[in-house]
Design a protein around this ligand. Sequence first.
Ligand SMILES: CC(C)(COP(=O)(O)OP(=O)(O)OC[C@H]1O[C@@H](n2cnc3c(N)ncnc32)[C@H](O)[C@@H]1OP(=O)(O)O)[C@@H](O)C(=O)NCCC(=O)NCCS
Length: 154
Amino acid sequence: MPPPSVLTVEPIGRDAVALAQCMAIDADAFPYASVHFGQRAASVRVTVARDEREGRVVGFLAGGARRGVLHVHGLAVDRALRRRGVGRALVRDAAARARAEGLRALVLQVGVGNAAALALYESEGFYIARRIRGYYPASVYGGERDAYQMVFGV
Ligand SMILES: CC(C)(COP(=O)(O)OP(=O)(O)OC[C@H]1O[C@@H](n2cnc3c(N)ncnc32)[C@H](O)[C@@H]1OP(=O)(O)O)[C@@H](O)C(=O)NCCC(=O)NCCS
């Protein structure tokens, strides 16, 4: 499928409407809040992908820098607009920003059964650093509780 008409990726800034749109995408994508959007920007940075023609947020990536590493806490794309390159654009933007800041890697956790996300990360050059047993609560992903920790050196 083609990408949304014109896709832009940029920090969310102080846009409360965009924040609400991120929360809606998050609530639809995960059985729990993947990101604590209420936290101050210093600890959680959110970048949003927008369809410029409509102006609305179609995906987000949230993370925080700690000890030279960008920890990605959440990534999700509007269900209706998946598989059009939005997730890849968000990951590439995060990597470019991390590189520009002098960070050395991106790190994230992903459910071992999350085929779409695993395929995206692997195709972008992430590798599986370890398997974390019991990472998710039992109620979340139908009993599959393990996550992979994935790393991408920038
Ligand atoms: C994972 C997610 C963010 C991917 O976003 P997306 O915009 O659909 O991904 P893209 O279109 O950029 O896809 C990039 C690549 O990822 C892989 N991929 C994406 N979705 C896939 C799927 N459903 N099945 C297999 N591979 C998939 C493909 O390699 C794809 O490249 P291709 O389309 O050229 O083959 C999206 O599926 C999502 O929001 N999922 C729910 C939330 C989630 O699981 N987030 C990750 C938490 S760690």
